[in-house]
Design a protein around this ligand. Structure first.
Ligand code: ADP
Length: 200
């Protein structure tokens, strides 16, 4: 099973990805997490990425694609994967198509998680308060101002992927405003209907 989770920041992509990987025994690949790891290494590329991310903008395609290409070449991706936060631009989607095509692979589905944006902002604010209450470090880009920039980047650069994958016949959509368990159930029901579901 090779899946993409598509949706604005705070839509619950990470939460749903973690549940689906338990269910399907595949791995989750979050470019946000991979970029934060790269930033923590302190290399010049990592520091550049960190600066861009804390502004709420998108890291250049070539850097993200290189990270994903390296990750997808590892053996633990053989059974399948869930991409969370990638692709985020049409250029990245095309690069992903080529990467998979070269390995004789293709995507099974792109799951769009639809949300109401006002509620989204409230969710992120609540998440920040909960993390602060637990004494956890809050991400530098989880402030209301930077979240608005991330949403703007989503609309300008990522939302065109909805049409892109619709035209490819890969898009399925779920209502991300339902309770977490119901969103998972909806996604599982949609995946069960796919012609190649479970085929690896
Ligand atoms: P969220 O989905 O909540 O915005 P992520 O952890 O997926 O959080 O991403 C955090 C930041 O990492 C993004 O705002 C962006 O700067 C950077 N990033 C993550 N994935 C990509 C990508 N595919 N292309 C460009 N930048 C990315």
């Amino acid at each position: 099973m090779r899946l993409i989770l598509l949706g604005p920041p705070g839509a619950g992509k990470g939460t749903q990805a973690r549940r689906l990987l338990e269910r399907f025994g595949i791995i989750q690949l979050s470019t946000g997490d991979l970029l934060r790891e790269a930033a923590a290494t302190g290399t010049s590329a990592g520091l550049k990425a960190h600066e861009i991310m804390s502004r709420g903008e998108l890291v250049p395609d070539d850097m993200v694609v290189a990270i994903v290409a390296e990750r997808l070449s590892r053996p633990d991706c053989a059974k399948g994967f869930i991409l969370d936060g990638f692709p985020r631009t049409v250029g990245q989607a095309e690069a992903l198509y080529r990467l998979l095509h070269d390995k004789g692979l293709s995507l099974d589905a792109v799951v769009q998680i639809k949300v109401d944006e006002d509620i989204l902002v409230q969710r992120v604010e609540a998440r920040v308060k909960e993390m602060e209450a637990r004494g956890e470090t809050v991400r530098a880009d989880d402030t209301p101002l930077v979240l608005r920039r991330r949403l703007a980047a989503y609309h300008a650069q990522t939302e065109p992927l909805v049409d892109y994958y619709l035209r490819k016949g890969l898009l399925v959509s779920v209502d991300g405003m339902l309770p977490i368990d119901q969103v998972t159930a909806e996604i599982e029901a949609l995946l069960a209907k796919l012609p190649r579901a479970g085929a690896g």
